[in-house]
Design a binder for this molecule. Structure first.
Ligand code: BES
Ligand code: MN
Ligand code: MN
Length: 461
């Protein structure tokens, strides 16, 4: 039987070229202008699963983008792994900051990726990581060594909150029945230190609108005498953190689970250089909640961040104007036990309360989701841990991430199974940013590692 290493050696150029073709499709779920491209991407993923040898593959229609669902059942008595991923990508803007066009993938070497990395929107998040699963599956089929049943569920709305997928999961519990959910949509510490993501933060995303006078005004004739919505909005936003960078929304922290000193000490063992961290971002200093380390601030602590803010005149030159309205988009990252709907409500009440009478505020909730933690004594975690150890040659470290995949908590509630976050990206891969890329090493290592997960999971089951 051909080993997975041999299989990769022989096929790696084809694997890379296939991913490049997939990355050429601008499947931006947030922007309706790309609808036909998103649909084309769903078709391409369906075709890829069929070609890899999946018994049945279908496009499941939803009120949004279709879910690509595939099944390969070899024996009802064997365990079933459900692979989840997403084929949609983030918008590419600011487009002018890309060194090469976001949907014309190119391979370049970088310091962290001496073997080269594919630069394109979605390269790491999540087309590259999702496609590894299709190629690993192709290997298992071709070498006739698939040890268990597999189901694939690849959605097209992850970057916009997975709303249709939530309904789909609730309506198809029997079809989606599984023993573990396997996801590659996160990162690891470095190419020499693999880690498994054991936690994801939850999210509450809101948009706020502050309205002052009923029309834009001359800033000389009216300036100083009526509320300027932009001034007010920025003051309100600034007041959401105190001098210790604690969030000031009443009851915001009420349900937060504090980690024990032992757990924090365990976390602190993960390799981390604050100097490297600062250098990589060209910052003189880090910033965050008093009493917590950088790694704690970005994983086990909740946060509040403005993601966008606008209003008034932003064109060429100067225009003297007091805008009628100002806006901001705000995300709150949540930790286990915080209820995102409750947090959204707390935010709304507080934001309305702190608004002066001179303006009106409107808070519009977008999407949200719960945080998630994978226990490390779970057989899925153990199988993943053994798989990484096998292919990287070093023991893996559990690490909680600051990112969110809100559907994972819903999987646990509705399907009653744990998700194993076997990610192969790096924080420096610039997901959601200009010049997103995914290391060739990481791509091929993922394809190599996944079949071992199936094998070890089936053995431990
Ligand atoms: N794959 C990411 C989440 C991620 C990346 C988690 C790296 C951990 C490490 C996912 O596609 C994503 O971007 N999620 C969004 C939330 C979603 C509701 C838009 C996020 O975290 O901002
Ligand atoms: Mn993703
Ligand atoms: Mn993403």
């Amino acid at each position: 039987m051909q080993s997975v290493q041999e299989f990769i050696q022989v096929n790696k150029n084809r694997f890379i070229n296939e991913l490049i073709e997939l990355l050429k499709l601008p499947s931006i779920s947030a922007d309706p202008a790309y609808k036909s491209e998103v649909l084309k991407t769903a078709d391409a993923v369906k075709k890829a699963l069929e070609l890899a040898g999946c018994q049945t593959v279908e496009l499941c229609q939803t009120s949004g983008y279709p879910i690509v669902y595939g099944e390969h059942i070899i024996d009802a008595n064997l365990p079933t792994v459900l692979v989840y991923g997403h084929y949609d990508v983030q918008p590419a803007d600011p487009i002018e900051l890309w060194h090469s066009p976001p949907f014309e993938p190119i391979i370049k070497e970088t310091e962290t990726h001496p073997d080269g990395a594919i630069f394109a929107r979605g390269a790491c998040d999540d087309k590259g990581q999702m496609y590894m699963h299709i190629k690993a599956f192709e290997y298992l089929i071709q070498s006739n060594s698939l040890p268990c049943n597999v189901k694939f569920m690849i959605e097209g709305e992850e970057e916009v909150g997975s709303v249709s997928l939530g309904d789909f999961v609730k309506a198809n519990k029997e079809k989606l029945k599984n023993d573990v959910i396997l996801i590659s949509d996160t990162g690891m510490i470095s190419n020499s230190q693999p880690s498994i993501t054991t936690g994801l933060r939850g999210l509450s995303y809101v948009e706020v609108e502050v309205t002052g006078p009923n029309r834009d005004l001359h800033s000389g004739l009216y300036g100083g005498a009526v509320a300027n919505p932009i001034n007010i909005l920025t003051q309100m936003i600034a007041s959401l953190h105190d001098e210790n960078n604690h969030i000031t929304i009443p009851r915001f922290y009420d349900k937060v689970i504090e980690l024990s000193d032992e757990e924090r000490a365990e976390m602190a063992k993960a390799p981390f250089s604050l100097e490297d961290y600062k250098n990589a971002l060209d910052i003189e200093d880090v910033h965050g909640e008093k009493g917590y380390t950088t790694n704690e601030r970005n994983s086990i602590r909740p946060t509040l961040d403005v993601n966008g803010i606008w209003g008034g005149y932003i064109g060429e030159g100067a225009k003297t104007v007091i805008a009628s309205k100002a806006y901001a988009k705000i995300s709150m990252r949540l930790v286990p036990n915080q209820d995102w709907e409750e947090i959204t409500q707390l935010f709304q009440t507080h934001f309305e309360n702190i608004a002066p009478k001179s303006v009106q505020v409107k808070v519009t909730p977008h999407h949200g989701g719960k945080a998630y933690v994978t226990p490390i004594d779970n057989i899925g975690y153990l199988a993943a841990s053994k798989a990484y150890h096998k292919t990287f040659g070093v023991p893996v470290i559990p690490q909680r991430s600051g990112g969110s995949i809100p559907i994972v908590a819903l999987f646990e509630e509705e399907l009653e199974s744990k998700s194993i976050l076997m990610g192969f990206g790096l924080d420096s891969d610039a997901i959601h940013s200009p010049n997103e890329h995914y290391g060739i090493f990481n791509y091929l290592k993922g394809i190599e590692t996944i079949p071992y997960f199936y094998q070890y999971f089936t053995e431990l089951f």
